[in-house]
Design a protein around this ligand. Structure first.
Ligand SMILES: NC(=O)C1=CN([C@@H]2O[C@H](COP(=O)(O)OP(=O)(O)OC[C@H]3O[C@@H](n4cnc5c(N)ncnc54)[C@H](O)[C@@H]3O)[C@@H](O)[C@H]2O)C=CC1
Ligand SMILES: O=P(O)(O)OC[C@H]1O[C@](O)(CO)[C@@H](O)[C@@H]1O
Length: 395
C-alpha cells in the first residue's frame, strides 16, 4: 500500500485507464504529486493498491521505461474520494473517464467540494482531460447543479475549471506481468487554458503548457490528430483491417486521410491564422505518429463510440462544417464520415445504434439525422455516394 509523504501535494484523478495511468497520472507523479486514482473498476483499484509501481513503456524510435509510484487507488463512489477532495493538500482534480462519464462523476466531485468547503476553503483547480471541446466547462456545469447558490459563489471564486487539450496516443495495454503497465508513444502535449485556473498550479506539472490560446490548440488537435485517426479507423474497418498502421499502409486510405487533413487544415489555417507550412508539418507529424508500428493500435479502439465522434463540433463534423463555412472542399472528409456509418461492432452500443438506424431508415435519412446535412445538399450527396461506394466494395 502506498502512502503519501508528509507535505506532499496531492491530486485526485478520476479514471485509471490508458490515458490516466499512461499520461496524466504519470506526469502528476513525476511532478511530485501523490495521485489518488478513483475508478469504478474494482479489479483495477485492487491492482493499484497491490503493486507499488507500474511501468510506462515509451514505444517509439528510441524506447525507454518510466517507473511510476506514489499513488493509491480508491473506488470512485467510496467516501475516501470525498475525503481526498476535501483535504487542503489536494491541489488538483483531473479526469480521463470519457466525455460521456463526466455527468456521472459530477455528483461525487460536488459532494467532495462541499466537504472541502466545510473543512476550510482552500482553492484548487479541476481539469478534465477528455477528447472534447470545452470538456472541463461541461463538467463544471454538471457539478454546479448539485450545489447551493452560496456554494456556487465559493466555487466561482476558488475552484478553477480549466479546459484543456490532451494529446498522446495510449492504446490498450499489451498483456504484461504487471497489469498496470502501459505502452505510450513518445509525443505528448497537454495544453491548459490559463484563464480557467483559480490558483497557480503548484508545483508546476511537467509537460503541462498553460496557454491563452486554448481554442486554437484544441481545434487543431481534434480536427487533425483525432480527425485523421478516426478516418483511418473507419476506412480501415470498412476494408477489414485490424490496426491503424495496417490501414495507413493501404494507399487509397492514406490518400483519403491525407486529403481529409488537407481539407481540415485549410479551414484551420483560415480560422486560426496558423502558418501554412507549419501546419503541413503538424499534419505530417500526425501521420507519422499514426503509423508507429510499436503501438499496435486497433481500429476498434480509435473508432469507438462513433455517435460521439459524429457529434456536432467533434473531429468529423467540426472540420467539415468549418471548411464549408469558408466555401472549401470536403470530399475526403465526407468519405471519412461515410465510413463511420459502416462501423459495425456488436459490443459498442453506439455502433449498434448507428447501424440499427441505417437499417431502419436508410442511409439518406440516417445521414440527415446524425450530421444535420439536409438531403439534396452537396455534402449530404457526397457522404451518401461515398457510403454506397464503400459498401459496394465490401461485398
Ligand atoms: N487513450 C488515449 O490515447 C487518449 C485518451 N484521451 C481521452 O481520455 C479519456 C479516457 O480514455 P482512455 O484512457 O483511453 O480510456 P480507458 O477506457 O482506458 O479509461 C477510462 C477509465 O475510466 C474509468 N471509468 C469509467 N467510468 C467511471 C466512473 N464513473 N468513475 C470513475 N472511473 C470511471 C474506466 O473504468 C477506465 O479505467 C477519454 O475521454 C479519451 O478521449 C485523450 C487523449 C488520448
Ligand atoms: O479517445 P477517443 O475520443 O475515443 O478517441 C480516440 C482518439 O484519442 C486518442 O486516443 C488520443 O487523442 C487517439 O489515439 C484517438 O484518435
Amino acid at each position: 500500500m502506498h502512502e503519501r509523504q508528509p507535505n506532499q501535494p496531492q491530486a485526485v484523478h478520476f479514471g485509471a485507464g490508458n490515458i490516466g495511468r499512461g499520461f496524466i497520472g504519470a506526469l502528476l507523479v513525476e511532478s511530485g504529486y501523490f495521485v489518488v486514482f478513483a475508478d469504478v473498476d474494482t479489479k483495477l483499484i485492487k491492482e493499484l493498491n497491490t503493486h507499488d509501481s507500474y511501468e510506462v513503456h515509451v514505444l517509439d524510435e528510441t524506447e525507454r521505461t518510466e517507473e511510476i509510484h506514489s499513488y493509491s487507488g480508491v473506488l470512485s463512489h467510496a467516501d475516501e474520494v470525498l475525503h481526498a477532495i476535501a483535504q487542503p493538500h489536494t491541489r488538483l482534480i483531473t479526469t480521463a473517464v470519457g466525455p460521456n462519464v463526466l455527468v456521472r462523476i459530477a455528483p461525487i466531485i460536488a459532494k467532495g467540494l462541499q466537504e472541502r468547503l466545510a473543512a476550510g476553503d482552500s482553492p484548487l483547480n479541476i481539469i478534465a482531460c477528455e477528447n472534447m471541446v470545452g470538456q472541463t466547462e461541461t463538467l463544471g456545469k454538471y457539478v454546479r447543479r448539485y450545489l447551493s447558490d452560496e456554494e456556487n459563489a465559493w466555487l466561482g471564486d476558488k475552484v478553477g475549471f480549466a479546459n484543456c487539450s490532451v494529446d498522446r496516443i495510449v492504446p490498450a495495454a499489451a498483456q504484461t506481468e504487471n497489469p498496470l503497465d502501459v505502452g505510450v508513444e513518445d509525443f505528448s502535449e497537454w495544453a491548459v487554458d490559463r484563464s480557467g485556473l483559480r490558483t497557480p498550479i503548484e508545483p508546476p506539472v511537467r509537460g503541462m503548457t498553460l496557454t491563452d490560446a486554448l481554442p486554437a490548440y484544441i481545434e487543431r488537435k481534434l480536427y487533425t490528430l483525432n480527425c485523421g485517426h478516426a478516418i483511418a479507423a473507419y476506412l480501415g474497418f470498412a476494408h477489414g483491417l485490424d490496426r491503424i498502421d495496417q490501414a495507413l499502409a493501404n494507399t487509397a486510405i492514406l490518400q483519403d486521410v491525407r486529403g481529409a487533413l488537407g481539407e481540415s487544415g485549410a479551414a484551420l489555417v483560415r480560422k486560426h491564422g496558423f502558418d501554412e507550412r507549419e501546419h503541413e508539418q503538424y499534419v505530417e507529424r500526425a501521420l507519422h505518429r499514426f503509423v508507429n508500428p510499436k503501438l499496435h493500435d486497433d481500429v476498434v479502439r480509435v473508432g469507438r463510440q462513433p455517435l460521439r465522434k459524429l457529434a456536432k463540433g467533434d473531429r468529423l463534423l467540426g472540420p467539415t462544417v468549418m471548411a464549408r463555412e469558408y466555401g472549401l472542399p470536403v470530399d475526403h472528409l465526407a468519405r471519412g464520415i461515410a465510413a463511420a456509418f459502416l462501423f459495425d461492432l456488436k459490443d459498442d452500443p453506439q455502433s449498434v445504434e448507428l447501424i440499427g438506424k441505417v437499417d431502419e431508415v436508410g442511409i439518406e435519412r440516417a445521414v440527415v439525422e446524425y450530421t444535420g446535412f439536409e438531403a439534396g445538399s452537396d455534402v449530404h450527396g457526397k457522404i451518401v455516394e461515398a457510403y454506397l461506394q464503400l459498401k459496394e466494395s465490401k461485398t
